[in-house]
Every structure is written in structure tokens, then in C-alpha cells.
Design a protein around this ligand. Structure first.
Ligand code: APR
Length: 244
């Protein structure tokens, strides 16, 4: 089909809720990561400068537990991969998750705005590379040889999410914005729905979540339930009938 006749794009924002049924804890639900661990001590830039060992130990341990659990994508990730395969227009997943489950399910256009598990970055020379090795305050950057400057390639509180220019371009050309499994408490992701409504006043916006979020009033439509139960039928519906 010629580019000019492509139907409007679909932008999908995903959060921890989509991976919950694959066995990964969310952050803010009962028993979620930030209810058990003080995020100020492990997931902020301040924490890094205060106590590198504590921060690195936390991520070393989390990564090891994650690898040992052999996590796999669930029906919701698979439904989004099917949407990208079968929809004639552009489908982009903007995920706050660091896990690789969208890619494992077959999605190709995935933007990880909070970084990715299994990647390391040097604070000095900014080199990024794939690595599953434990990091310590003595780790040496293979590029610039700085000591104690390697960290997980994950966006911490107090840092700017990555790929924002590309994300806002996607939002500004979409006809449908879907938010799945995100509490809407962390900006700028929580503000994407408003951005779509301002820049694409005719676009449709929908929240699919276990329960209503604080952002609820900003969406035109809502479907509540576990992602594995609500995402596949929603994808089937829009592929068959569109979203109006
Ligand atoms: N299906 C759908 N939604 C679910 C499910 C499920 N099975 N289980 C939980 N949820 C919903 C919860 O109701 C909640 O609204 O998922 C949401 C998870 O919210 P958070 O734990 O706040 O996760 P998220 O929105 O992804 O957090 C954003 O905060 O800590 C940072 O960087 C971290 O990317 C993360 C960001």
C-alpha cells in the first residue's frame, strides 16, 4: 500500500502490569517492588553517588533472579505482536518495562524509554554495551578504562527517559493511543495521553488495566481486567472493526 493511504498509526504505552502474568512484579501494587524496597536507596541518581555498591548489588541480584525465573511472554504481549503483523498502518510499542518480553513475543517496533535489562553504560564515556556480568564499584569500563563508573543501562528517578524525541513523533501521528498496565504515576509517560489529546484531537485513547488508574478521566474508553484476558479480545476487535 502506498504510504499516503496507510491508516493512522497506533501507539501503545505499556507498563509493569502487562508483564505481571508472566511472573514479573509490578512496582506499586500490593507486594510490588517499591513497596518492598526503598527506591530512594537503589533507583535514584543520588543513591548512585551515595552508595554505588548498594545500588549495584540490588541490580545484580534482581538480574540474577530474573534470569533464573526463565520468564516468557504472555497472551497480552503476543496479541500486540499480532496487532503489528496484521494492522496495515504503523504500530509502535512504547514501553516503560526493561524486560525483553515484547521482542520475545515478536514485536519489532519497541521503544524502551526506561532502558533495558542486560545492558550496561559508562557514566564517563557514555558507551553502552550488552552485559550480564555483575557490576561492582571496581568494575572497569572496557572503552575508557574508568573505574567504578559502569552502571545498569536503566533510567533512574531524577534522570530523563530516553528516546523522547522519537516517542513524541509517534504520539503526534497516531490515531489510536492505548495504555496497558501502567498506573499513570510516573512522568513523562503518564502525560502521553494528554499529549495525544492536544496534538491529535481526533485520536481515540483507551486504558486497559487491572483497575481504574488516577489518569482514568483522561481516556475516552476503559477496559478493566488482567492483561492476558482483556488485550487479546481488544486486539481482535480493532483488527476487525477499527476502534470507533
Ligand atoms: N493486567 C493489567 N494491569 C495490571 C495487572 C494485570 N495482570 N497487574 C497489575 N496491573 C496494573 C496495576 O493496577 C497498576 O495500575 O498495572 C499497573 C502497574 O503500575 P506500576 O507498578 O506503577 O508500574 P508502571 O506504571 O509500569 O511504573 C512506571 O515506575 O518505578 C518506575 O521505572 C519504573 O517503569 C516503571 C515506572
Amino acid at each position: 500500500m502506498h504510504q499516503d493511504f496507510l491508516p493512522p498509526g497506533i501507539a501503545v504505552l505499556t507498563g509493569a502490569g502487562i508483564s505481571k502474568e508472566s511472573g514479573i512484579d509490578t512496582f506499586r501494587d500490593d507486594g510490588g517492588l517499591w513497596t518492598r524496597v526503598n527506591l530512594e536507596e537503589v533507583a535514584t541518581v543520588d543513591a548512585w553517588f551515595r552508595d554505588k555498591k548498594k545500588v549495584l548489588d540490588f541490580y545484580n541480584e534482581t538480574r540474577r533472579a530474573f534470569r533464573a525465573a526463565h520468564i516468557t511472554p504472555n497472551e497480552a504481549h503476543e496479541a500486540l505482536a499480532r496487532l503489528e503483523r496484521e494492522y496495515e498502518g504503523e504500530v509502535t510499542i512504547i514501553t516503560q518495562n526493561i524486560d525483553p518480553l515484547h521482542e520475545m513475543a515478536g514485536s519489532r517496533k519497541v521503544i524502551h524509554m526506561h532502558g533495558r535489562d542486560g545492558e550496561v553504560r559508562c557514566m564517563v564515556c557514555k558507551t553502552e554495551f550488552a552485559s550480564d556480568a555483575d557490576l561492582t564499584p571496581e568494575s572497569v569500563c572496557p572503552n575508557c578504562r574508568s573505574i567504578g563508573e559502569l552502571r545498569p543501562n536503566i533510567v533512574w528517578f531524577g534522570e530523563m527517559p530516553i528516546h523522547l524525541d522519537e516517542i513524541y513523533e509517534v504520539l503526534e501521528r497516531c490515531g489510536l493511543f492505548i495504555a496497558i498496565g501502567t498506573s499513570g504515576e510516573v512522568y513523562p509517560a503518564a502525560g502521553f495521553v494528554l499529549h495525544v489529546r492536544r496534538y491529535r484531537p481526533r485520536a481515540h485513547t483507551i486504558e486497559l488495566n487491572l483497575e481504574p488508574t488516577d489518569n482514568k478521566a483522561l481516556f475516552h474508553e476503559h477496559i478493566y481486567g488482567p492483561a492476558t484476558k482483556v488485550v487479546p479480545p481488544y486486539v481482535t476487535r480493532i483488527l476487525k472493526q477499527g476502534w470507533r
